[in-house]
Design a binder for this molecule. Structure first.
Ligand code: ADP
Length: 267
């Protein structure tokens, strides 16, 4: 049974008198454990597809079966519940709260979700958050604020936050868009490991072909349709590539005191 199955999905946005056909009939089936890279030019419908796949939005028509359940016409509240249970999100801009530690950022979804985890005691929330921070090798930085972390570390905090509810699917929208080459490979290494070791299904949006090649399967959108769907033949392996790179530059993030002087925290 596929974990994601969409049939004839359409999405029409109406702006005043104008109708924008963002998706024009998308059919796709994704098995649990796949690592799907979604590519295509800007405006081709990738984000719209991702929003629907992530239960953030509903299609105008067509069906979406998520893990055996038809969620195409589910109420907003139920959709939110399904989303909290099954899906973790990672975005290009990290979306961390700036004056909040890594640990508290990661715990946040446990405070706001509707699947019962709200009842967790502070210590249990803390333990769960520490576990996922350790899973992205950031256990030692749990008390740091985002501006005391490099871009790659911030993205790892965001990945930890996406893992806190033990999702079966991770949706990542241009997660390496703000990162340098080495850091991008590190982040892709984490996605590959979560996919391989935990069997988490990964859907990755990217417009970069070299990033798409970390996936197992490549989908290309154009004008609201899937125009290509193929297995990745020469899949890249982030861990091997990292091992072959020269050692990283020493940590260039200044200690918090100096940084506070140099650059006031943004809001
Ligand atoms: P991509 O992610 O590939 O850049 P999108 O899914 O964001 O593509 O956009 C597909 C089309 O839908 C574009 O023409 C875009 O302008 C339009 N669109 C996306 N979101 C909205 C929205 N909320 N309201 C109106 N039009 C939208």
């Amino acid at each position: 049974m596929p974990i994601i199955e969409v049939r004839n999905l359409t999405k029409v946005y109406t702006i005043g008198e104008i109708k924008v056909h963002a998706l024009r009939g998308v059919s796709l089936s994704v098995e649990a454990g796949e690592f799907l890279a979604v590519t295509g030019p800007s405006g081709s419908g990738k984000s719209t597809f991702m929003h629907i796949a992530g239960c953030l939005d509903r299609p105008s028509s067509g069906t979406y079966i998520l893990d055996g359940k038809d969620v195409s016409k589910t109420s907003k509240d139920d959709l939110a519940r399904v989303r909290n249970e099954k899906i973790g999100f990672v975005f290009q801009g990290f979306n961390l709260l700036s004056r909040t530690t890594a640990l508290d950022n990661v715990e946040l979804p446990l405070l706001y979700n509707s699947n019962g985890a709200t009842k967790l005691r502070a210590k249990d929330r803390h333990d769960r958050a520490m576990k996922v921070l350790e899973a992205v090798n950031l256990g030692s930085r749990f008390h740091h604020m985002p501006n005391q972390l490099s871009g790659g570390q911030q993205q790892r905090v965001a990945i930890a936050r996406a893992l806190i509810n033990e999702p079966s699917i991770i949706l990542a929208d241009e997660p390496t868009g703000n990162l340098d080459t080495r850091t991008s490979i590190e982040v892709m290494g984490i996605f590959q490991r979560l996919n391989r070791e935990r069997g988490i299904t990964v859907l990755l949006i990217t417009h970069e072909m070299d990033i798409a090649e970390y996936g197992t399967r490549l989908i290309r959108f154009r004008d609201g349709r899937v125009v290509a769907d193929q297995k990745v033949i020469h899949r890249r392996n982030a861990d091997e590539e990292l091992a072959a790179l020269p050692p990283p530059e020493p940590d260039q993030i200044p200690p918090p005191e100096e940084q506070a002087k140099a650059e006031p925290a943004h809001h």
